[in-house]
Design a binder for this molecule. Structure first.
Ligand code: AMP
Ligand code: GLY
Length: 425
């Protein structure tokens, strides 16, 4: 059995690792992968957004399943093209991927389906947006319509910041064409959590909850990043919320998409803001979260592949297809000094092997091989993910492991998981 994983981040290393341990013993390929995936798969010299290159490889090599990690190839229609060849793909179609690709589309779905979310207004004209801003509620949030690689969302605490955010998005085009259209939405208070659900077109299987840490510095200070660490489960998602999230978020979304002739297959990520037991949707993503994947997958006991196949083949997911470990997980991202601003690449990384043990695994993200060495090749360089019998134990294991790893300028947050501790004390 051959499996192709598309992408090159920590998420894709985690997906490749989990699938490579499957009892079906698949042969793993990554396009393009990184220095971590190279140890367990064949890395292909094809970029994740090179749709023609990926389709050509798939035609020639006939993988039994293609798992698409990032949003860009999904929004470019990779699934549609591979399915047209009769191949199996884990990941939504181009039409369904609009749930992430277009913030205006996903807001429209949420509003039509009655899904709890922040009230918002969309603009294509900067003048209209600036005029609306004069009386808009403060604080509020400006969101570029299209894909902006995790940027494109600006929280505005004052009217001056709102005016500036509109200019940056629509006039300076800081996020490129993603800012041709934008939303101004109400600011929501509460605590965030991520819920990922596997969907086979009909059935919904929610995976373990998790919580990301988006800001660069401890205590959620500094600019937003792609995510500096995560923990799972997230205790803010209490047992009584699960049926509500399933019905009011995922089922309503599927039903509304279906009304518009769109079937969703793959994983749907709901970024939630939970306040007074109401799960408001901040955003949908059409893919696994990074770094949420690095804490959710290690908690799965046994095989993941049957669940991915059930989604790819359609209408075959069952509630008991996945088994969960009774353990908590914490992952800490090690980043290049300067990230999310500019940073240097090519720093030699030492200590990865020493960091790994029965409870801890290192997922590589921005790394590559030069000769025999692993060097930094991105902002988020690697992720140390650890299991533990409870949250404090998982935190302890992650931080004692990460101490072994070193590279010039390495930086990581010291408080990952701390927000969850208030529920355990
Ligand atoms: P998004 O990419 O839409 O998830 O936004 C990135 C981050 O901005 C989220 O994780 C939240 O921390 C924050 N955010 C987005 N929308 C809102 C909102 N309406 N109210 C408060 N915070 C928000
Ligand atoms: N961790 C946030 C995301 O994957 O979008």
């Amino acid at each position: 059995m051959k499996i192709l994983v598309v992408g090159n981040g920590g998420r894709e290393h985690a997906l490749t690792w989990k699938l490579s341990t499957d009892s079906a013993a698949p042969e793993m390929f990554c396009a393009p992968g990184n220095a971590g995936t190279k140890q367990i798969a064949t890395n292909l010299p094809i970029q994740a957004d090179d749709i023609d290159g990926l389709v050509k490889w798939a035609k020639e090599n006939q993988p039994d399943l293609t798992v698409v990690g990032p949003e860009v190839p999904l929004c470019l229609g990779l699934t549609d093209k591979l399915e047209a060849l009769g191949q199996k793909v884990f990941g939504p179609s181009k039409a369904a991927a609009q749930m992430e690709g277009s913030k205006v589309f996903s807001k429209e779905i949420m509003e039509a389906a009655g899904i709890p979310t922040a009230a918002s207004k969309s603009f294509t004209s900067p003048d209209e947006a600036l005029k609306y801003a004069e009386n808009a509620k403060i604080p509020c949030v400006v969101k570029a319509e299209g894909l902006a690689a995790g940027k494109g969302v600006i929280i505005c605490e004052t009217r001056a910041e709102l005016l500036d955010a509109i200019k940056v998005t629509m006039l300076d085009k800081a996020f490129g064409d993603a800012g041709n259209r934008m939303l101004i939405e109400d600011f929501l208070k509460g605590e965030e959590a991520s819920i990922l659900a596997l969907i086979d077109g009909e059935n919904i299987l929610m995976l373990a909850s998790s919580q990301d840490h988006k800001r660069i510095f401890d205590d959620d200070k500094g600019p937003n990043t792609g995510g500096m660490g995560a923990y799972s489960p997230a205790p803010i998602v209490t047992d009584d919320l699960w049926p509500i999230i399933k019905k009011d978020v995922f089922q309503k979304t599927l039903d509304e998409l279906k009304k518009r002739g769109i079937t969703y297959k793959g994983v749907l990520y709901a970024g939630l803001m939970i306040e007074k037991k109401v799960p408001f949707v901040l955003e949908f993503n059409c893919r696994f979260g990074d770094p949420e994947t690095q804490v959710v997958l290690p908690r799965i006991e046994g095989d993941l592949l049957p669940a991915f196949m059930a989604c790819a083949e359609g209408n075959k997911l069952t509630d008991d297809i996945l088994k969960w470990k009774d353990e908590h997980a914490v992952c800490v991202v090690m980043a290049s000094g300067g990230y999310p601003g500019s940073y240097q690449k090519g720093k030699v990384i030492e200590g990865i092997e020493q960091a790994e043990n029965e409870k801890s695994i290192v997922f590589q993200a921005g790394t590559k091989n030069i000769n025999e060495q692993i060097v930094t090749n991105g902002g988020r360089v690697l992720v140390v993910s650890s299991l533990g019998k409870d949250l404090p134990d998982a935190i302890k294991n992650a931080y004692s492991s990460i101490k072994n790893i070193n590279f010039d300028g390495a930086f990581y947050r010291k408080d990952i998981g701390a927000k969850g501790l208030k529920y355990t004390n």
